[in-house]
Design a protein around this ligand. Structure first.
Ligand SMILES: [Zn+2]
Length: 495
């Protein structure tokens, strides 16, 4: 019967090639337009922010606040337009994915994409209503106002914290741009995608044992599982020694031959995330962290990088494939991902895993106490969020997360874990409008909250001004070295 399935796989591969082509073209076009729109709007917003900063430094408090209202309002309107255009492009992109899935015979993927289209259409309507009823305008004014509040807060905090060491204070102020018009902590961040290679892991065996479904992970027609909540994984074929990897999606023919030959024919690699998904997560964190006064500088996930290969972390065991998040701190050390607990703090490491035994994500290297357990809090007694967080230098620091469908809800997971990394906890973050909200029952948070009104202004979950202040209380206490010039002698790190 081998020849019969060969014919089936060949037909499926031919139709799939058309599907891949359609999806690829639509993807490239929408990505390019979206990148252009986002870059232009961000550029204009940065300009408005700069002008606002200049007014606040030079035009007195009244001039500053008038600037917040006028320039912040314009910035908010622009963002409203950007939200609408981006959402419309997302829908076009989803339609491309829908057609691709259909041509590959991937019914589960097709239904998943249909769900994405419906969710994005609902969000598009909400975005239009927000724009027309001036929600984005008011949101922009509030953002500009709060950005100035945070700047004043941070300036005072830094001046107090480093008062005893004038040269260090000067360095920190310079690095944060507190002497200039625009400010923020430049924080490096490294993203790594988990990758499996058939040369080091018996993927065909795992497939036959139903530990995973390679066809589904490749977005191909699968008779082994039917999961519409598909993660954005990717399968690629390489040459025998792994030096050349195809940039095209694998077809059913190649994958079937690898599996049916018990791994003897062909070599494949499986990625936990596609480059598009990496970019999505990374860009969300950059946008969200701006509100904390932190400028994330990622190694991957930039705009206009269509042919870039993502940085990977190769794994080869089922334990790593189904990661136990409680082991993260230890794993970071034992796998060599982290070696120097003190200086590594200034580069946030994020791992995109295939999945976790339970939960959406995890942050390691932070001692987190919250609620009634948060007091006394010796390192940051002035925190006002019933959280107490310190760096745990005995283990590796970093975050791990995984993709989850639907994207509209779960694209904030990396930003959430990053929030823990820079010193936030769950307590008090009721409501989905908070990035630090968690649906985990142990946290005891409710989905809805009066603050949901903020969702109308923000459109998306976000960090609050209080989050920003508490992050900076944590940073000056626990990550002061990262505020200083790299290589400067910032004094001893307390272990
Ligand atoms: Zn959390």
């Amino acid at each position: 019967m081998g020849w019969l399935s060969d014919i089936g796989n060949a037909v499926s591969s031919a139709a799939g090639a058309v599907g891949d082509a359609v999806e690829g073209v639509v993807d490239t076009v929408t990505d390019t337009v979206e990148d252009v729109v986002d870059t232009v709007v961000d550029g204009v917003q940065d300009g408005l922010g700069w002008a606002n900063g200049w007014l606040c430094r030079n035009a007195g408090n009244i001039g500053c606040r008038i600037g917040n209202v006028v320039l912040g309002g314009i910035s908010g309107l622009l963002e409203g337009v950007q939200d609408i255009v981006d959402k419309a492009l997302d829908i076009v992109n989803d339609v491309g994915g829908l057609l691709g899935a259909l041509l590959r015979g991937d019914l589960a993927g097709f239904i998943g994409k249909l769900g994405d289209i419906i969710l994005n259409a609902v969000e598009l309507v909400i975005n239009i209503v927000r724009f027309v009823t001036l929600g984005t305008l008011i949101g922009g004014i509030r953002d500009a106002w709060q950005a100035e509040d945070l700047r004043r807060f941070v300036e005072q905090l830094v001046n107090e914290r480093f008062a005893s060491n004038p040269p260090q204070l000067a360095r920190v102020r310079g690095r944060l741009g507190l002497n200039d018009v625009s400010w923020g902590l430049p924080l490096a961040a490294t993203h790594k995608v988990f990758r499996l290679d058939s040369a080091t892991a018996p993927l065909w065996q795992w497939h036959q044992d139903e530990r995973l479904d390679l066809y589904a992970m490749a977005g191909l027609i699968s008779f082994d599982s039917f999961n519409i909540r598909r993660k954005r994984t990717m399968v690629r074929v390489t040459n025998a020694d792994g030096t050349i990897e195809s940039s095209l999606p694998i077809n059913r023919w190649s994958l079937a031959h690898y599996i049916d030959s018990n791994g003897a024919e062909g070599r494949i690699r499986v990625y936990a995330l596609t480059p598009d998904a990496v970019k999505d997560f990374v860009q969300v964190t950059i946008a969200k962290f701006k509100k904390l006064g932190i400028k994330l500088n990622w190694n991957d996930g930039g705009r206009f990088e269509y042919f870039a290969r993502n940085t990977v972390h190769d794994i080869s065991t089922l334990e790593e494939f189904n990661f136990d998040r409680r082991q993260l701190g230890q794993y970071l050390l034992s796998s060599g991902l982290r070696t120097d607990p003190s200086s590594e703090q200034c580069n946030m490491l994020a791992l995109a895993s295939f999945g976790l035994v339970e939960g959406l994500g995890q942050t390691a290297g932070r001692n987190i106490r919250e609620g009634s357990n948060a007091t006394p809090c010796n390192n940051t007694p002035e925190r006002n969020d019933s959280c107490c967080i310190s760096v745990n230098f005995r283990t590796g620091s970093g975050v791990i997360y995984h993709d989850e469908w639907p994207v509209n809800i779960f694209r904030y997971v990396l930003a959430h874990e990053g929030g823990h990394y820079v010193g936030l906890c769950h307590f008090g973050h009721d409501g989905f409008q908070n990035i630090m909200f968690t649906p985990e029952e142990s946290a005891g948070l409710s989905y809805a909250d009066w603050g949901l009104f903020r969702y109308y202004l923000d459109n998306e979950p976000g960090f609050t001004l209080d989050d920003g202040k508490n992050v900076w209380r944590f940073l000056v206490a626990e990550m002061a070295r990262c505020l200083d010039e790299p290589g400067a002698d910032s004094g001893p790190v307390i272990l």
